[in-house]
Design a protein around this ligand. Structure first.
Ligand code: PLP
Length: 383
């Protein structure tokens, strides 16, 4: 079996992730920061260590500004709903995932103005097109760092500069890049970084987070949920400091233990090295598929503009039939369809059928790629 669905969630995970989760279940297990006994302190220490590891990865100075969530979707909702106010104008791109589009479309119905800047057919975006849309009421720019459909990288650093110049908030959906592409939150001009823990950070499902930059006043941020934090228990009001203001209820301790091990794995390997390996694999895949006339590829050709996620179609087979042949005849697991990103498929011209998506990870090999190229070549000849 070859797993090419890493853009949805990575698998396999490094063995140390499972070991850390087992260790938490067997030796820690307590509620962090609540009870003051040895196990509670150990759970809190582990969660602090996870925040510190993520701070090292994203170059965040104060680890209390990293808030744990269930996934990137929750982080994006928290950033948008926590900060946007009636009549604010927001700019986004036409390559966004529904985790950005759906909350924005809902906020639009409640009085927020939205501009969706069109991307080119390969998913790339001209930063000047974003700048042109800035108005006096613009408050935020929201962009994915890389598309989950084509792997296209958007010009985050350039747009970060524009956001700072116009004093706008900049929210980046790093679901597809956290752990697989170097990131420096402040240098990149990012105010809010939403990430999944379960993709290229190799943590378990049910983990994610939001980095809240120094320019954000957390006291003004409205939490998605309020409740027990283990701190300031004498007050009935939510604490106004981070991370407690935005983290209520018992956290996903076992999940965060796994996420910490995943982030440590990424830090040990090095993001640049991970990217280098993934790029080598995707270039090999693109080179092989370009030789097959019945296959159409989407997204940028240059590795500089992309992640190791690729969309393609057979010219004579629907994405779902193609994916079904790949699984049934060759044991290749991938994702056909719209990938929760209809806007992106409109942009690249593949709506409503979508594409077949291969999302690679550090655990894929050159042999996986050769097998996939052969399989695709065979399917395209037989049908
Ligand atoms: C670009 C992008 N944004 C957001 C998400 C949502 O991530 P999560 O599943 O962690 O909520 C995904 C998931 O595939 C994604 O690819």
């Amino acid at each position: 079996m070859i797993y090419f669905d890493n853009a949805a969630t990575s698998w396999p995970k490094p063995p140390q992730v499972k070991e850390a989760m087992n260790r938490f279940m067997e030796e820690v297990g307590a509620n962090p920061g609540r009870s003051g006994h040895v196990l509670s302190i150990e759970a809190a220490r582990m969660i602090y260590e996870a925040r510190e590891a993520l701070s090292a990865l994203f170059h965040v100075k104060d680890s209390s500004r990293i808030v744990f969530t269930l996934n990137a979707t929750e982080s994006i909702n928290l950033a948008l709903k926590g900060l946007l106010k009636y009549k604010d104008h927001v700019i986004t791109s036409s390559m966004e995932h529904n985790s950005v589009m759906r909350p924005l479309r809902d906020l639009e119905k409640r009085g927020i103005a939205l501009t969706v800047v069109p991307c080119f057919e390969d998913g790339t975006l001209d930063p000047r097109e974003v700048e042109k849309q800035i108005q006096s009421t613009t408050r935020m720019i929201v962009l994915n760092h890389a598309s989950n459909v084509t792997g296209t990288l958007l010009p985050v650093r350039e747009i970060g500069k524009i956001a700072r110049e116009y004093n706008l908030l900049f929210l980046v959906d790093a679901a597809q890049t956290a752990g697989a592409y170097p990131m420096e939150v402040d240098k990149d001009g990012i105010d809010l970084l939403a990430f999944s823990g379960h993709k290229s950070l190799y943590g378990p499902q049910g983990t994610g987070g939001l980095v809240i930059g120094e320019r954000i006043n957390e006291k003004e941020m409205i939490p998605l949920k309020q409740g027990g934090t283990g701190s300031r228990s004498e007050f009935e009001e939510q604490p106004d400091f981070l991370p407690d203001r935005l983290e209520s209820g018992t956290p996903n301790g076992v999940g965060i233990a796994g996420l910490l091990a995943g982030v440590q794995f990424v830090l040990e390997k090095g993001v640049e090295q991970i990217r280098q390996k993934e790029i080598t694999l995707i270039e090999k895949l693109i080179k092989g598929l370009k030789e097959i006339p019945q296959v159409k590829l989407y997204g940028p050709e240059s590795h500089k503009d992309r992640m190791a996620t690729l969309s393609f179609n057979f010219t004579h087979l629907s994405p779902s039939d193609g994916a079904s042949h790949l699984e049934k005849e060759f044991g290749i697991l991938c994702r056909p369809g719209l990938h929760c990103a209809p806007a992106a498929h409109h942009t690249i011209g593949t709506f409503p059928e979508g594409t077949i998506r291969f999302g690679l990870s550090i655990f894929n090999t050159g042999t996986d790629i050769e097998t996939a190229i052969q399989a695709i070549s065979q399917i395209s000849k037989e049908r």
